[in-house]
Ligand binder design. Structure first.
Ligand SMILES: *[C@@H]1O[C@H](CO)[C@@H](O)[C@H](O)[C@H]1NC(C)=O
Length: 208
């Protein structure tokens, strides 16, 4: 067997496993869910009314998004368990792959946790849609190494698990995570940009 054939043969994904499609569904569902809910909140303030305040409403959404994330991670591990293991990743290159997985997991978590710390709960979980705006853009670490540390960090953690468990399917799922986040950003960035632009216009108008 030639080298590329061997790699192809080793990088198997079992598409017949339902758990694979379930985790892909969950990965797609989460950002769609929070974008729809956040925009509905922006337009109708239904969560603010339901919770009796913007901040409480945002915390409610934060808990929901956080729980959906935990559930998605659980589904990911379930899916990986049922997928074929790569000999290349688990035996041939294990001396590189395992330490790499540890480093990626650590970097990913540092990005996620430090960005949550820098933004706070409302800054992390779509507070701007509730009218809870940041006074100014956070530019310190981790925002000086990544423009979206939350999404990049989360993607790195998916990649780290794929490598740690030596699952080619995990690499595929990670690529899908990355794709979904980049689509989500296409919706989120212009929208939040406009929320802040509106605030700045209103501030400028007041000062006149
Ligand atoms: C990012 O900011 C931190 C301090 O907040 C600093 O220590 C670090 O060197 C900066 N990194 C880059 C790449 O600018």
């Amino acid at each position: 067997m030639s080298f590329p054939d061997k790699i192809v043969a080793d990088f198997n994904v079992d598409y017949d496993q339902k758990s694979l499609w379930i985790v892909l569904g969950s990965i797609a569902f989460n950002p769609i869910f929070w974008n729809i809910v956040a925009r509905a909140e922006y337009n109708t303030h239904f969560l603010t009314k339901l919770a009796g305040g913007a901040k409480t409403g945002c915390y409610l959404l934060a808990i929901t998004i956080f729980s959906l994330g935990i559930f998605r991670d659980y589904l990911y591990h379930q899916a990986l368990e049922q997928q074929p293991t790569s000999i290349l990743l688990s035996v041939t290159y294990v001396d590189i792959v395992k330490p790499l997985a540890i480093v990626l997991f650590a970097v990913g978590n540092v990005l996620v946790l430090t960005s949550m710390y820098a933004l706070g709960v409302t800054g992390t979980y779509l507070g701007d849609y509730f009218g809870i705006l940041m006074n100014e853009r956070v530019t310190g670490f981790p925002f000086n190494v990544s423009n979206n540390p939350m999404y990049h960090g989360s993607t790195l953690c998916f990649l780290a698990s794929a490598l740690w468990y030596a699952k080619p399917a995990g690499l595929l799922i990670t690529a899908f995570v990355s794709l979904m986040y980049s689509i989500a950003l296409k919706f989120e960035e212009p929208f939040t940009g406009e929320i802040y632009a509106k605030r700045d216009r209103e501030l400028a108008a007041k000062q006149k």
